[in-house]
Design a protein around this ligand. Structure first.
Ligand code: ADP
Ligand code: MG
Length: 285
C-alpha cells in the first residue's frame, strides 16, 4: 500500500475543516469510501458555560475516521483533545454539529441511548488504567460483557482470549497491584477490546508509563491495528508516541490545525527487538 504524502499546501486549514486529506481514498470510489467511514464529525462545536462565561472548547471541527485507521490526536493542553474524545466516545454531546458513528446520527440521542451505543461500540483506555483494584485481571476484562448481558462460559472464554491477545495469558488471576504499570494498561486494553467495539479510544495511554513500557503498550496497539484491523484513536502530547500511529491530527484552540499521514512510521515490535533484554530487578523502580 502506498502512503500518499501530504504537502504543506494540502494542510491548509480550509481543506482540513471539510475533508481529511490524509487517507488514501483514491482507489475506492465514492460508494466504497462512504462504506468505510466509521466516524464523521461535521462542524462540531462545544461550548461550556461557566456562570456568565462561555468557553469555546471546540470551534467547528470536521473529521472523518475510516475503518482500520490508527489516528493520533495531538495538541497542547486545552486545545480540545479530551473534549473531542468525550464526544467521539458518546460521553458528551456536541453543542452544535453532527456526529455519525457507523452511519448513525448519534448527536441527538438521549443519555440512555448514548450509554447503549457506548457499551456496544466504544472501547476506552485511559491514562490511569481505571481497573477495579480488588478484582482480578480476568474479572476486570469480563466486566463490560456483564453490561451487555453476555453469559458465563462465553464471558470467561472471551476475557481469557483478550488477555492472551495482549500477552497476559499467564496473569489472568493477578490483582492489579500484582501487575506492573504496563501490564495493567494491557489489561485495560483487553477490557476495551473484549466487546469487539467499532473503535478503541485511548486518552494519553502512555502518560503514566516509562519509555520502554510505553513502547510495549504501543506494540499492543500496533498489533491490534495491523493484524486485527481494529480502528484506534489515541490522544498523546508526545510526537514520539504519535509516530506509531498512521495519521496525526493536531488541534489548536479548538480547531484542527493539521491533519497528515505519519511519514516515517515507527514499529514498536522492531524497536523492542533491538532493545537489550530486561533485567528483572528493574521491576520496582
Ligand atoms: P485538552 O484535552 O486538549 O487539554 P480539553 O478538551 O480538556 O483540552 O479542554 C478544552 C478547553 O475546554 C479548555 O479551555 C478547558 O479548560 C475547557 N473545558 C474542558 N472541559 C470543561 C468543562 N467540563 N467545563 C468547562 N470547561 C471545560
Ligand atoms: Mg486532555
Amino acid at each position: 500500500m502506498s502512503q500518499a504524502e501530504i504537502t504543506i499546501e494540502d494542510q491548509r486549514a480550509e481543506a482540513l475543516l471539510s475533508v481529511s486529506p490524509s487517507a488514501d481514498y483514491s482507489t475506492g470510489g465514492e460508494d466504497q469510501d462512504s462504506k468505510n467511514v466509521l466516524i464523521a464529525l461535521d462542524h462540531i462545536s462545544k461550548t461550556y458555560k461557566m456562570g456568565e462565561f462561555e468557553i469555546h472548547a471546540l470551534r467547528g471541527i470536521s473529521l472523518q475516521i475510516h475503518k482500520g485507521e490508527f489516528v493520533a490526536i495531538m495538541g497542547t493542553s486545552g486545545s480540545g483533545k479530551s473534549t473531542t474524545m468525550n464526544i467521539l466516545g458518546c460521553l458528551d454531546k456536541p453543542s452544535k454539529g453532527s456526529y455519525f458513528l457507523d452511519n448513525e446520527d448519534v448527536s441527538k440521542l438521549s443519555k440512555d441511548q448514548l450509554a447503549d451505543i457506548r457499551n456496544r461500540k466504544i472501547g476506552f483506555v485511559f491514562q490511569g488504567f481505571n481497573l477495579l483494584s480488588r478484582t482480578s485481571a480476568l474479572e476486570n476484562v469480563e466486566l463490560p460483557m456483564l453490561y451487555l448481558g453476555i453469559k458465563n462460559p462465553e464471558r470467561t472464554r472471551r476475557a481469557k482470549e483478550a488477555l492472551e491477545l495482549v500477552g497476559l495469558g499467564e496473569r489472568i488471576n493477578n490483582m492489579p497491584n500484582q501487575l506492573s504499570g504496563g501490564q495493567q494498561q494491557r489489561v485495560a486494553i483487553a477490557r476495551a477490546l473484549v466487546t469487539q467495539p467499532s473503535i478503541i479510544l485511548a486518552d494519553e495511554p502512555t502518560g503514566n508509563l516509562d519509555s520502554r513500557t510505553s513502547v510495549e503498550v504501543m506494540e499492543v496497539f500496533q498489533f491490534l491495528n495491523n493484524e486485527r484491523g481494529i480502528t484506534i484513536a489515541l490522544v498523546t502530547h508526545e510526537t514520539d508516541i504519535a509516530q506509531y500511529a498512521k495519521r496525526m491530527v493536531v488541534f489548536k484552540d479548538g480547531k484542527i490545525k493539521r491533519d497528515q499521514l505519519v511519514k516515517v512510521r515507527r514499529s514498536a515490535k522492531l524497536e523492542l527487538e533491538q532493545m537489550p533484554p530486561i533485567d528483572f530487578e528493574e521491576d520496582d523502580e
